[in-house]
Structures are given as structure tokens and as C-alpha cells.
Design a protein around this ligand. Sequence first.
Ligand SMILES: Nc1ncnc2c1ncn2[C@@H]1O[C@H](COP(=O)(O)OP(=O)(O)OP(=O)(O)O)[C@@H](O)[C@H]1O
Ligand SMILES: [Mg+2]
Length: 355
Amino acid sequence: MQDLQFLESPERGVLLMDVNYVIRCANPRAAEIFNTKLDQLIGFTLPDWIKTRPQNPKDTIEEVLYPDYKVGMVLHRYSGPVYGASGEITGRIELYSDITARRRLETEILERNRQLAELNKRLQKAQEELLRSERLRTLGEMAAGIAHDINNALGIVLGNVQLAKRLLKDNPGVSKCIDSIELAARDAAETVRKLKEIGKPVDRSHYRPLDLSKLAESVATAAIPTWQESGKQIELITEFEPDCTVNGDEAELREALTNILFNAVQAIKEHGTIKVATKCNGNEVLLTVADNGIGMNDEIKKRVFDPFFTTRGSAGTGLGMSMVAAIAMRHEGKVAIESEEGKGTVVVLRLPKAE
Ligand SMILES: Nc1ncnc2c1ncn2[C@@H]1O[C@H](COP(=O)(O)OP(=O)(O)OP(=O)(O)O)[C@@H](O)[C@H]1O
Ligand SMILES: [Mg+2]
């Protein structure tokens, strides 16, 4: 056995054993890998830290080992039978390779891949946000152009509605028609108001420090009577952190939170929970509204921020979340959604913390 050429392998540790698994021959590399001397190997069985033994002399073993005498070292072990000329098993050969560097490289490649996937995800998100802001900007420009004209027209309609109501107060049939005209005109005025809000130019000159927790508390409290009117059983849970101060426009931030809250109420069918929370996170303030309502499927999730996208038919303008996104953008913040159909939705508004 000693004449075998591969015993000279500088890379692999080689052990040749007899049928009783006593090591009869080993190369210097084996001693090096096992952190011992050749004469400590020859004549002995395998060291205890190599635990797997063949159940049957014909078995081969292939495994990765982490020897405890050298932290971080990774070995590959092959163990298989050696056959004599007439096919009988004459012993066993074991080959040990130090694969530490390969493993490290593999781990590094895996880590790089993970980082790449993460970057790709971030890039995709940034692209979506850019697209969203571009869409909002175009809509805003368009809205600014038409809002003035439509508002003038609606002003005339509503003014004359009031006049007609007074003149025709004794004619209930006509009064009903006029009420419908008034309602439709007011809905249209609300849509124009939202469009104007979306298209507002960025002007931060009037921004002032606001305690987002106090603001959230007052908006949530103000919203309670509205959802009580709807007859739904909704439990409101609040969790406000102190000193969550942002620089902003109070009316706009109230509007944003009101929209998010109303969506949460609308998502709850009969009874549910809405949790409103604020949290300071480094140089950000997070405002979270979580509901356990109907949630959204992937298609709705993709389109929530699309202007005019609504699943509420004529009851919704589909501008609520676009307005939230526009307000967040003007405040140099972001709005994100996590939602699962049938489970609920979490909306997170992130705003820069005031210095
Ligand atoms: N918390 C939520 N749970 C489930 N679906 C939601 C939630 N928030 C928003 N959505 C979905 O996103 C759509 C768009 O929301 P958005 O607030 O922009 O418009 P809307 O609520 O339909 O109408 P508007 O706000 O103008 O009254 C909703 O119609 C609904 O399908
Ligand atoms: Mg809405």
C-alpha cells in the first residue's frame, strides 16, 4: 500500500486502513490536517471527533466536518472500501480535503447574492415611488388647470341650488331633485378639493414643529363619532411615543391621517380593531395605522396609490391614498402599505424627525 502515488498528494490527507479500521498508512498532509504527527496516526484508529463510522464495510461516507481543534476550519471527508484483486475488501481509504477557503467563498457569494437581491428590491421600490410621484405630479398639474374652472361652475350650481331650495320649499317633489343636485355638486366639489390638495406646490415656508403623537391622538378621537355612526363595533387602540416631533403643515397631516383612518374603518365589516401608533426611530417618526379588516389582494395593493383607483364604487373618489402619498412627499416622507387579504392592513407613514 505504501507505494501508492496519491499518498504524496500535497492537497489531500490520505489514510489507508486495514479491515479493522486501524490506520496503516498516512501521508504528511493527513497529519497536518489532523493537527498531529504521522506516528500519532499510524497504528491507531480514527480520532474521536470523526464520529461517522461505516455500518457496513462496503459503505462509503461523504461528509463535511468542522474539527474543533481549529475554529472555522471545514473539511470534506470521503471514506470508502478498498478491494483486493479477487474482489474481497482489503481495507479502507479515507481522503480529507481542507475546503475552508471554498466554503468561505461560497458563503461570500451567497452573501453577495443576498445583497444584490436586496438592492434590486430597493431599486424596484424606488422606481415604483418615482413613478408614483411622477403620476401625482402630472395629475397635480392637470388638476391645477381645471380645478379653478370646475370650482367656479360648482359655485354657480350650489348658489342656485340654495336659491331654488328657498323658492321651491313648498314643492317636495322638486326639493328632492334639488337635494340630489346639491349632493352631486358637493361630491364633485370634494373631488376638486382633493385634486387641488394632490397638486399643491411644495411650500415648506410655513411648516412648524408638530407633535405627531398629539396630532394623531386628536385626529383619532375626532374620528370616533363618525365610525360610531356607521354602527360598526370598532375598538381603537393607541400607542403614542412622546417627543415624536416633525416639521409640517398641521392641516395636511390631519387630512392624511383622517384618510388612512377612514380607509381602515371602511375595511372593517362589522367589528374589528384599529391600532394607531407613533414611534421615533432614529431620524424618522413612524405613524402606523393597523386594521384587521378585509385587507387587500395583490392587485389592489399594487394600485392603492393610483389616482382614482377605488373598490368602493361611487362611494369613493379613489383619491384618498394619492392625497396621503402627495402629503407624505411634500413632507419629505414616505407612505408604505402591508396588507393581507382577509387579515388586515398596516399603513406606515414615515416622516423626518424635526431636529
Ligand atoms: N385599510 C384598507 N383596507 C383595505 N383596503 C384598503 C385600505 N385602504 C385602502 N384600501 C383600498 O385602496 C383603495 C383606494 O383607497 P383610497 O383611499 O385612495 O380611495 P377610496 O377610499 O376608495 O376613496 P376615497 O378615499 O376617495 O373616499 C380603496 O378603494 C380600497 O380598495
Ligand atoms: Mg379612502
